[in-house]
Write a protein that binds this ligand. Structure first.
Ligand code: AMP
Ligand code: MG
Length: 402
């Protein structure tokens, strides 16, 4: 049986890679950047005034002069003026270009205006260059400010816009189809019999994908009927880049999914990973290169496997390299004897010592998903070990940061 690391490696080796497409900036958030973004101009593009006040020649101030005639006014966006008389000043506003011939800005709070003159507060000391943001001091024109492979944040949107780009190349949005299976399952909002179960994996998987920017995914629920599964999965394979199935991959008599997928020409890459929850997970590649993830139906297994395997694989295919896990300190000792990697849901808290602590939230079974409410992610407890003392540092996987 594959280890979790081996499974990630197999998926990475087989995943398709989505093309790059140009999208308008207001559609770029959460998408993976696929181009270099270089500075259009120096930043700031001119010596920029940082305070409302007056600009003057520091030499005059240093020589003892405290009263200055106001030659004019320079607002943000105005063409740059020139100070004509070196013992005068120009009124300036934050964001304006610094007038030529000046090299010091004195804030308005230190000034008294009267009859076209300003008087500087007694005892005020002004330095050469003060309140001026020099041209190119943040970065120079042509410098790479963002590189491919990042997930675009609102801050990145600001940077891209500042480079003058209204469109940007990102990984193409794949079409992802979610297929939940099971005779016993009834969607929310429909009448239910005592022996039936609410279908929750479909909405949960959609939400997990949408949370990472993989929007517009489709969801179909299918009963455990081999012929029906065959027809419907064939149609989904034709229409999608990625299929995420839930349920029907274990050893039960109605677990048709691996057989149906094989019959449709989906090549098995692996079946089963040495982990709990989620051991029966299956992964394969369809005839046209579609990635097919078949997750065990237990809700905890489905959510952990989607977070641990599906989301990072989608990011990889979109052009983002894998992320190293964070680590946290176990707040309580844990014993886990099976020779499997244990994914244990946790709540996080940072104590006064500044260290991130993970408090285990045990689930009774891999179906006990009400316990998952309020958890921040899960820790990964190594297969080779069975005792994990309180205070051990363990890999942490947050639900929302795959
Ligand atoms: P399976 O992997 O099909 O054997 O399902 C394992 C368990 O998970 C069964 O108890 C199912 O009822 C439950 N289950 C499977 N799919 C879902 C789903 N979509 N929503 C909620 N529970 C499910
Ligand atoms: Mg089932």
């Amino acid at each position: 049986m594959l280890t979790t690391i081996e499974a990630i490696g197999r998926i990475a080796a087989e995943m398709p890679r989505f093309d790059a497409v140009a999208v308008p900036l207001d559609h770029a958030r959460r998408r993976v950047l696929r181009q270099r973004v270089t500075a259009e101009r120096d930043q700031p593009p001119f010596d920029r005034v940082m305070m409302d006040g007056i600009a003057l020649a520091h030499r005059a101030f240093a020589g003892g002069q405290r009263s200055f005639r106001v030659e004019g006014s320079q607002h943000a966006g105005d063409p740059r003026q020139t100070l004509l008389e070196s013992d005068a000043c120009i009124e300036v506003m934050t964001g304006a270009a610094l007038p030529a011939g000046t090299d010091c800005v004195i804030p308005v709070e230190r000034l008294a205006h009267a009859n076209g003159f300003v008087e500087i507060e007694a005892g005020y000391e002004a330095d050469l260059g003060q309140n001026i943001h020099p041209q190119g001091s943040d970065h120079k024109a042509g410098m790479e400010v963002l590189g491919p492979g990042i997930v675009i944040s609102p801050m990145d949107i600001a940077i891209i816009a500042s480079c003058g780009l209204d469109r940007v190349e990102v990984g193409r949005q794949p079409s992802v189809h979610i297929i939940s299976t099971g005779n016993e399952l009834v969607p929310p909002g429909q009448p239910i019999e005592p022996q039936q179960i609410r279908m929750s994996n479909g909405p949960a998987l959609l939400a997990m994908l949408e949370g990472q920017g993989y929007t517009g995914c489709e969801h179909d629920h299918l009963v455990d009927d081999e012929a029906l599964l065959n027809d419907r999965i064939a149609a989904h394979l034709d229409a999608a880049d990625v299929l995420v199935l839930s349920g029907g991959v274990s050893m039960g008599k109605a677990d048709y999914v691996p057989t149906v997928l094989a019959g449709l020409g989906v090549r098995t890459i692996f079946h089963k990973i040495s982990q709990r929850p989620g051991k029966p997970m299956w992964f394969g590649i369809g005839p046209a290169g579609q990635a097919v993830f078949a997750l065990p139906g237990n809700p905890v297994s489905t959510l952990v496997c989607c977070r641990h395997y599906v989301l990072p694989a989608l990011y990889l295919a979109s052009g983002r390299p894998p992320r190293a896990p964070e680590h946290a300190i176990l707040a309580e000792p844990v014993t886990f004897r099976p020779a499997l990697t244990c994914f244990l849901p946790v709540r996080l808290a940072t104590a006064a010592d500044g260290r991130l602590r993970a408090r285990p939230v045990p689930t009774n079974t891999s179906g006990d998903f009400t316990s998952l409410g309020g958890t921040d992610g899960y820790v990964e407890l190594a297969l080779e070990q069975s005792e994990f003392p309180a205070g051990s540092a363990v890999p942490l996987h947050r639900w929302d940061a795959p």
